[in-house]
Design a protein around this ligand. Sequence first.
Ligand code: SAM
Length: 402
Amino acid sequence: MPAKFELIAPCFFGCESTAKFELTRIGAENIRVDDGRLSFAGGAEMIAAANLNLRTVERVMLLLARYKAATFDDLFDGVYDIPWEELLPADAAFPVTGSSLNSQLSSVPACQSIIKKAVVKRLMAKHHTSVLPETGAEYKIRFMLRKDQCEIMLDTTGEGLHKRGYRRNAMEAPIRETLAATIADLGRVRRDSLVEDPFCGSGTLLIEAAQKAMNIAPGLKRRFAAERYGFVPASIWAEQRQKALAESKLDVGFEAFGYDIDPAAVALANANAKLAGVEKRCHFEVADVADFAAKQEAIVLTNPPYGERMSTIEGAAKLARTLGRQMEAHPCAGVYAITADMDFESHYGKRANKRRKMYNGMIPCQLYMYYSAPKFEHTAKPMPKSGFDGKRTAPNRFEKNK
Ligand SMILES: C[S@@+](CC[C@H](N)C(=O)[O-])C[C@H]1O[C@@H](n2cnc3c(N)ncnc32)[C@H](O)[C@@H]1O
C-alpha cells in the first residue's frame, strides 16, 4: 500500500468552500474542489483525522483506481489490478454499490456484479483460498462511472458523517448536521459568539455552532468503518482521537439561545445538547417567534418552517413575515436563514445581502444572509459589487412590503 492515498469527500452543493477550509486546517494536501466533492491527499493518519474532524462533508473514501471503462472487460480488468489482498483480509465482507451517469456501462447491477467477481477472483488467487466466507469486517466498495471514466473507492466512514451520535431522535424536518455546520461557518461563528435560533427544533444549528466554537471534533462520539481496517492501525485512531480531544476549547465565551413553540422540540434540543456535550452553552426555551427579540450582538442562525414538509405555504410565509418584523425591531449582527421558500425575501420583507443555493437532504433550499458589514469568502474573494452585496442604491423592491 502507498504511504499516501488520494481521498475523496463528497459534500452537499454549497458546502464546498467551507469543506476546503476545514481540510486545510487538518493538513490535507493537494486539495481539489469540484461541485459536490473534494479530493485530497493523505496517509492513514489523514483517514482518521478527516473522519474525526470534518463537519461539512458526508463521508471519506479512499480512491483505489481511476480509469476508462467502456466495456465490462475494461471494468473487470481495472478492478482486478487493484491489490485487494493488501486491503481486505480473507474473511472480509465487501458489498459493492455505485452509480453510472452518461456511460456505456449504464446498468448499475451489472457493474456491481462484474466488480464483485473481479475482487473475488483476485482475493482467492492472492489469499490462496477457494472460499471467501465474508464473515469479518465490512469493507464497502463504491464505484462511480461518469462519461465512461470509472472510479473505484473504498468507504472509510460507514454511517454518513452527519451521524454525529448526539441526535438520537429528531423532530419533523431537522436540518442535516453537515449543513448546519456549514451555516455556522458562513455565519462566522467564533469562540466568543452569541448565537440565537427562534425556530430551533431539535437544536441542530446551535449545537453545531457550539461544537465549532469550542472546537469539539464532531466524530469523537462515534465509530468509523476504517477502525476495522488493518491498514489504519488502532494506534493511529487512538492518537488522532487524543489529538482532537486535546484541541477542544471548553473555556470559550460562546453562548447560544434557542426557542421553539413546541415544548417537545425544546425537550429534545436540551437532550441533544447534553449528548453533544454542549448543554452548558446552549439554552433552549419554549417561545413564539412573535416574541423573539434578538440580542444586538447575536448571530441568528435559523431554519424557519417551510411549506414542503411542515405547516402550509401560507403559514410558513406568515412566520417569515413575523421573523422579518421582529428582526427589524431588534436588529442584530447577522441573520442566516435557510429555507426552501423561494419567496422568503419577499415574505421576510427585506432583500438578503447574499444568497447561496444549498440542499437540505434532497430539498433544494437557499441560505439568505443578512449582515451589516461586507463579508468575505474563505477564498478571500471580495463580494461582487452588484446583486446581493448590500450596497445597492436603487430602491429595494422588498422594502415596500414592510
Ligand atoms: C424546520 S423546523 C426547525 C428544525 C431544526 N433546525 C432542527 O434541526 O431540528 C422549524 C421549527 O419551527 C417551530 N415553529 C413553528 N412555528 C413556530 C412559532 N410560531 N414560533 C417558534 N417556533 C415555531 C416548529 O415547531 C419547528 O420545530
